[in-house]
Design a protein around this ligand. Structure first.
Ligand code: ATP
Ligand code: MG
Length: 418
């Protein structure tokens, strides 16, 4: 069958059982984040374009190549959001939330849009969940946020993840580093890719993030930002590392990591999954952005955040879990039995138990085959004999136990059996 319409390139439907995994990720993340004092915020998916230019930066790949930008009917330039932080910071300042006592902690989730080359783990519409914490500069908050991210991933049962850390300095020490980088790249300028030649002018730090192989080779001996950090940034980073060690959160120092967004200051981090994800293996990333709130017109407010990619998280989870089935499958033979089955199912469903029915007209054998296929926990069979005696046969498909029970007993036995 050839579908008349297909989804756009790089834009995917999320179907069951995948949607179950997504729900699980969102629920788990929500539970962990509320234990850390985060509350949900739901910003719009569309903003004025300027918001992203001023935060993510016009030298970044996202703004220079990947934005879904268009002019609306009122002649305004608007963009679909490529990430969440800019909107949260806008909302924070717009609604005067800095007036509330610090820290203010928010989490969000939803679709993001970047016009990238679609490939495994990279889409044009993808989904992120993330969090932002406003008002505290103390590196203990960096440690808390990173530990929360690792707790979400741990609670999901993900293993084999690695956490990479770096500090990219502040407005005191970064300009000197930018100059050192420029000096380093000046004699090699013609060997860099065209994008990096532009980056050299606009923001040489971006060259450190280029994915072109040759640029990677050229920058091997580039100066490291850790060598130029000011004393405050050095102390901040050392203190963060100390907290992580005290908390037992494993981490790796990656002096080459700079991240792709302009608003970061000091701490940046990235969590990588195992090889199963292929080249696109970063599942979560984040950092501190102490200047963005004031850049948006708010008071000077230190802040830190993270975002995780749902598709990549689901990809890791898919490798580990089989789709769960209903707790109970009720097979029935004949119209009267089907009515009884429907009544029983409705009462169990009212109590929250997931129940599937084998609709009449199919043989018992084919109904049981379906129960097996959808991975049901147990089956109950209702036929003419069972209706007469008032006793229904049940079987647990997981441990093989079986028996007979009246309606009320069945209700009790399978209430919230999931
Ligand atoms: P990458 O280096 O993989 O391009 P990024 O640095 O652009 O990632 P961020 O902007 O920090 O990513 O977004 C955080 C997370 O969102 C990433 O770690 C990843 O899991 C996910 N993500 C980013 N871009 C995409 C995309 N195009 N498709 C799917 N997931 C994505
Ligand atoms: Mg990217």
């Amino acid at each position: 069958m050839k579908s008349r319409f297909t989804a756009l390139k790089g834009v995917a439907d999320v179907l069951p059982p995948e949607t179950g995994l997504w729900r699980k990720i969102l629920n788990t993340a929500g539970l962990v984040m509320s234990a850390y004092g985060y509350e949900e915020i739901i910003p719009p998916v569309i903003e004025q374009t300027e918001l992203f230019l001023r935060s993510i930066g016009d030298s970044s790949d996202i703004v220079s190549k990947e934005m879904y930008t268009f002019t609306d009917k009122g002649g305004r330039s608007v963009s679909l959001r490529p990430e969440g932080t800019a909107s949260i910071v806008r909302a924070y300042v717009e609604h005067n939330l800095p007036a509330r006592p610090a820290p203010q902690k928010f989490f969000y989730s939803g679709p993001m849009f970047r016009y990238e080359r679609p490939q495994k783990g990279r889409q044009r519409q993808f989904y992120q969940l993330g969090a932002e914490c406003f008002g505290i500069a103390d590196p203990a908050v960096d440690a808390e946020m990173i530990t929360m991210v690792m707790a979400i991933l741990g609670r999901l049962g993900l293993k084999g993840l690695s956490l990479e850390l770096n500090s990219i300095g502040c407005k005191q020490c970064r300009p000197a580093f930018r100059e050192r980088l420029r000096e380093f790249f000046t004699p090699r300028l013609s060997e860099l890719c065209p994008d990096c030649q532009r980056r050299y002018e606009q923001n040489p730090l971006r060259i450190l993030d280029c994915k072109v192989e040759r640029c990677g080779e050229i920058r091997k001996d580039a100066p490291l930002i850790s060598e130029t950090l000011c004393q405050d940034c050095r102390d901040h980073f050392a203190s963060l590392v100390g907290f992580l060690e005290a908390l037992g959160t494993p981490h790796v120092f990656n002096p080459h990591m700079v991240r792709g967004l302009d608003y970061y200051t000091r701490t940046v981090f990235e969590v990588k999954g195992d090889a199963g994800l292929g080249a696109q293996n970063a599942v979560a990333a984040g950092g501190r952005y102490d200047l963005l709130v004031s850049e948006f017109g708010g008071p000077e407010t230190p802040a830190i955040g993270f975002a995780a990619g749902m598709e990549r998280l689901a990809g890791l989870l898919r490798q580990e879990a089989a789709a769960p089935g209903p707790a109970l499958f009720i097979a029935s033979l004949g119209a009267e039995a089907a009515t009884e089955a429907l009544k029983l199912a409705t009462r169990l469903r009212d109590g929250g138990t997931r129940v599937e029915l084998g609709w009449g007209g199919f043989s018992l054998k084919s109904q049981l085959r379906r129960a097996d296929k959808i991975n049901a926990g147990s089956v109950v069979i209702i036929g003419e004999d069972e209706l007469k005696s008032g006793k229904f046969k049940w079987k647990n498909l997981k441990d093989g136990s079986s028996g007979e029970a009246g309606r009320e007993e069945i209700l009790k036995q399978f209430s919230r059996a999931e």
